[in-house]
Design a binder for this molecule. Sequence first.
Ligand SMILES: Nc1ncnc2c1ncn2[C@@H]1O[C@H](COP(=O)(O)OP(=O)(O)O)[C@@H](O)[C@H]1O
Ligand SMILES: [Mg+2]
Length: 374
Amino acid sequence: MGAEVVVEGLTKSFGRQTIWRDVTLTLPPGEVSVMLGPSGTGKSVFLKSIIGLLKPERGRCEINGVDIVTCSEHKLYEIRKLFGVLFQDGALFGSMNLYDNVAFPLREHTRKSEADIRKIVLEKLDMTGLAGAEKKLPGEISGGMRKRAGLARALVLDPEIILVDEPDSGLDPVRTSYISQLLIDLNTQIDATILIVSHNINLARTVPDNIGMLFRRELVMFGPREVLLTSEEPVVKQFLNGSRIGPIGMSEEKDEATMAAEQAQIEAGHHDGSTDDVRGVVPQIQPTPGLGERSGVRRRLDRVMRILYTLPRAAQQGIIDSLTDEEKARYGVKGTLRPSPTPRPREWQPDSGDLSVAELPTTTWHNSPPGGGA
Ligand SMILES: Nc1ncnc2c1ncn2[C@@H]1O[C@H](COP(=O)(O)OP(=O)(O)O)[C@@H](O)[C@H]1O
Ligand SMILES: [Mg+2]
């Protein structure tokens, strides 16, 4: 099972420009998470901070008990070996064929024989659908193949954590679906913890177990997929629907007056070019038949059912709707929630259901109910 990544109060600036502050979340071991956010919100910076390529000023990022923000260079070097990273541009060496590109980390970081290296490289190329393409140069293949080659290279050191920056960038929707399926299949096969950074709504709806969103230099929310997909938070709604109406502006955020004027236009029937409302919980991509089940799915369900009644009501319903009869019996839940006593507020209030919940964080959901017990 992959390693857990615990991020607490992380803050990153460049000079006087704060990129994001006080980011707190946990990437559950062996689960797939997506970090969404408009361009320029610091998603790539976040990814680089998690592997220690960039140093946040404040906060912790703990992996296997080591805080990579404050640990020694030597420790950081050791921890980095747990990671496989696919950078946005694939970062392949243009003058090396795919075989040598994928073999590179093994030749660099291990003392394996060329025979052993060959076995591993061919296996990873096969896993990523590139069998037979060993001799190709990066310049001779499509963008989708380059992404897959980058993934194959990220896999050779048997990573416990895989970070993927915009796997869909430059790809058409069909190639993006192939990459999405591949990421789920890889998770099924190696049970690594995966964090994908993206602004692709379709990928976010169908791939991850957990979704987070960065906006206005903060983590707006992070939690089980059902939370974000049913969220009433204006910025999340706007983003999922690709709408011009909402807090996200052309290049930066908007002021209140602009938002009010736009709302008036919409109410007067003006179309804003967005898709229809695509929010709601849609089925998640399943592993390719024959690969078996994802262990992360079962672990996540146990985890989410423990915190179910701390989640917003719509998310609770989304989770319950996705349960099989057998799962409903196992967790002792009925088909629908009790009717809400109060109208649903704009910002959700914790609906404690059958559990009593004391203080809740505003927008992040952790692996256990706040305050401990489960
Ligand atoms: N090494 C750096 N030095 C200074 N500023 C940087 C550096 N890397 C990123 N930035 C700034 O951080 C902000 C967020 O960038 P980035 O993480 O690439 O956004 P995203 O990936 O969400 O599109 C941008 O304003 C960018 O200019
Ligand atoms: Mg980026």
